[in-house]
Ligand binder design. Structure first.
Ligand code: WTA
Length: 653
């Protein structure tokens, strides 16, 4: 692993620039000290920055591994993200500054956004959506995505956003698991000039979604080449968003929600074939989202915050919608690809809107590096004052490039570690306080307790181990939708008799300063361009192909994506390897799951290496895929299988 090598030589350290530290919300350790002294009191103070309609009776009820926060308290997330900002000058402030990929633009002030949300909340009610019902959101990155999420929150419906890059089958499975009543989609979206046929995908998905009674369709074709041909409206089931909005009332009081009422479900990949519906609740989630946004991004009234994530991921939920809006910030939202129409699109957006805080992923930064500095150089990036990174380990070289070429050596860089399950950032520098090191997410935020442990739950103070969170936190997942046993098993059963220890699934190292260096997943989850993909998901897709008898999927180091999907398959009798079949299998996976899961490599093999108990040895396959000397093969049932595979792989390369 390059990170381990780099760690040995990484001695650079960057204290906060004095001018930055002087103006920062946090530039001393008082909050850390307060949280260490009394973490219940600390979280109560963070939660108190929100608007509650009924105060809580109890801050935390911790029955490991189940936590409940702010019990008895009531609040509404949309009221916190909108209504609270309408009393004073903020009402006319831009809440969302949006750009579509074809170049269309829209700005919504807090006043306007609040009105749209109230109106759409009434639309949902009109379609029979009630508190606790599930609503699917399958949209491009348009303002209506945020409007739909907030409208659900307003009436107490539970949203489940599905990334627009997912296939009809992925949408179908998620809607069925959540038993959604309504799906909100669009006629299409744009990606690299191509049209993503979201409505058609939805139609396909809904052939097998008996619980979905209504579909609301946002008309994206007001610009660009999406045409009416992309939609086929089904009488009685499908409704145009703009028509419903014309007839709905724009007044809608926020539903008082219990702190522990579910706010949303978001599906993410795990180590089995079936994605998990991660459940987040109202009070704790918003406390984590709002406080971390303010601290980590040092958010001020005049900031223009751009998080490049799609709302289909947790980063889009927490740092494009809920966190910034709870703070009354201006957020930039961009629908499309970074290289459309040219490779300077991001930099032109920063210059055009005066972005001050920019949050993106290492995979994007590595692509920018490869494309060359001439692209950012063409634009005035002087408004930037802070940069963030999320989604995968950032290699020190990319970190340094980001700091120099995008941040002009003047902006702190915050590398933020967290997960769909954690709801908000857990390990990150505080930009006015922490001396950063390129490639390290540094230390836990106040109120969090991250430790490194070995397989026996011994705490490690140096070297490598498993990352563990040893205390509950407000924005933690509460369960897996419909499968609490899997919640317990996946996250709190790593160490026997210790249901209080949260197993993150990541490996990490600690250096002499107590800084964390994240090393990637230790389970069968891949991180491809910052997206989590379960090896089992891809394997299940592959074995559905008529030619495939068995499949094993591993990650292979990739220069830009961090990891690429590499599949080993054995064929059924009567099928023969060919480059056509290889292409066919790659497309098959893309169609089944979504383009993000398409394997880079497909290798045909007569057999797969297995242990005597029949378990596929992925570690050996990884060695083969990455061209390394083979590790220990003594536990294999048939060592010849690997030798043959390796030989063949080298030939195919
Ligand atoms: C990885 C994304 C290293 C990690 C917010 C984690 C990171 C998984 C970082 C969660 C980081 C995220 N450094 N690794 N700064 N941030 N990861 O659920 O492996 O899509 O477990 O949440 O991404 O991915 P998820």
């Amino acid at each position: 692993m390059t990170e381990i090598r780099d760690l040995l030589v990484e001695t650079r350290s960057f204290p906060p620039p004095p001018a930055f530290a002087a103006q920062a919300h946090i530039n001393d350790r008082r909050l850390h000290d307060a949280a260490d002294a009394d973490f219940i009191q600390y979280w109560a103070e963070q939660a108190a920055t929100l608007r509650w309609t009924k105060p809580w009776d109890r801050v935390l009820d911790w029955q490991p591994p189940h936590a409940q926060w702010f019990l008895g308290g009531q609040l509404n997330v949309s009221a916190n993200c909108l209504d609270r900002h309408l009393d004073g000058a903020r009402r006319n402030k831009a809440a969302i500054v949006w750009e579509g990929e074809p170049g269309d633009r829209r700005t919504l002030t807090y006043w306007e956004l609040a009105r749209e949300v109230r109106t759409f909340a009434n639309v949902l009610k009109g379609l029979g959506v009630q508190k606790g019902d599930r609503v699917g959101i399958y949209l491009p990155l348009v303002p209506e995505a945020a409007i739909a999420m907030l409208a659900c929150a307003r009436i107490g419906a539970i949203h489940s956003v599905v990334f627009g890059g997912f296939s009809p089958e992925s949408l179908r499975d998620r809607m069925n698991d959540a038993q959604a009543k309504v799906v909100i989609t669009a006629d299409g979206g744009y990606r690299r000039g191509q049209i993503v046929p979201l409505k058609r995908n939805t139609d396909k998905a809904l052939e097998e979604c008996p619980t979905v009674k209504h579909v609301v369709v946002v008309q994206r074709r007001t610009s660009g080449p999406i045409t009416e041909a992309h939609v086929d409206m089904k009488e009685g089931r499908d409704h145009w968003y703009h028509r419903l909005m014309q007839h709905a009332n724009d007044q809608c009081a926020p539903e008082p929600m219990d702190a522990e009422d579910v706010l949303f479900i978001l599906y993410t990949s795990g180590t089995t074939g079936k994605p998990k519906g991660i459940v987040h609740t109202t009070g704790g989630y918003l406390t984590g989202a709002a406080s971390s946004t303010k601290m980590v991004f040092d958010l001020k009234e005049e900031d223009v915050f751009w998080c490049t994530a799609d709302v289909g991921w947790i980063t889009g939920h927490t740092y494009l919608v809920y966190g910034p809006l709870a703070n009354g910030a201006t957020c930039v939202m961009y629908e499309g690809a970074p290289d459309w129409p040219e490779r300077d699109r991001f930099w032109s957006i920063i210059a055009r809107h005066g972005v001050t805080v920019f949050y993106t992923a290492p995979t994007a930064i590595r692509a920018f590096m490869k494309w060359g500095v001439e692209h950012p150089r063409r634009h005035d990036l002087s408004t930037l004052r802070l940069l963030g990174s999320v989604g995968e380990p950032i290699n020190p070289e990319a970190w340094m490039w980001y700091q120099e070429h995008i941040g002009g050596n003047r902006c702190p860089v915050v590398d933020t570690w967290w997960q769909t399950e954690t709801g908000s950032i857990v390990i990150s520098p505080l930009p006015g306080l922490t001396a950063t090191k390129p490639g390290s997410a540094t230390q836990p935020l106040p109120g969090y307790s991250a430790k490194l442990m070995d397989a026996q739950a011994n705490e490690l103070t140096s070297g490598g181990g498993l990352l563990v969170l040893t205390k509950p936190w407000p924005s933690m997942l509460r369960t897996i939708w419909g499968d609490d046993a899997r919640y317990v098993e996946t996250y709190f059963s790593k160490w026997a008799g210790r249901p209080d220890l949260y197993f993150a699934g990541d490996g990490a190292k600690l250096d002499a300063d107590g800084f964390f260096w994240l090393l990637g997943r230790v389970d069968d989850v891949l991180n491809v361009a910052g997206h989590r993909i379960g090896t089992m998901e891809v394997e299940s897709a592959l074995v559905e192909h008529p030619a495939v008898a068995e499949a094993a999927v591993v990650g292979k180091a990739h220069e830009l994506k961090g990891q690429a999907v590499c599949a080993f398959v054995t064929l059924r009798d009567g099928f023969h390897k060919s480059s056509e079949l290889r292409d066919d299998l790659r497309e098959f996976v893309a169609k089944k799951i979504g383009a993000l899961a398409r394997p880079d490599d497909v290798l045909f093999s007569a057999d797969l290496p297995k242990t005597r108990s029949g378990k596929i040895m992925r570690r050996l396959l990884r060695d083969i895929a990455e061209g390394r000397a083979l590790g220990d093969t003594t536990t294999l049932a048939d060592p010849n299988v690997v030798a043959a595979l390796k030989e063949q792989y080298e030939k195919d390369e």
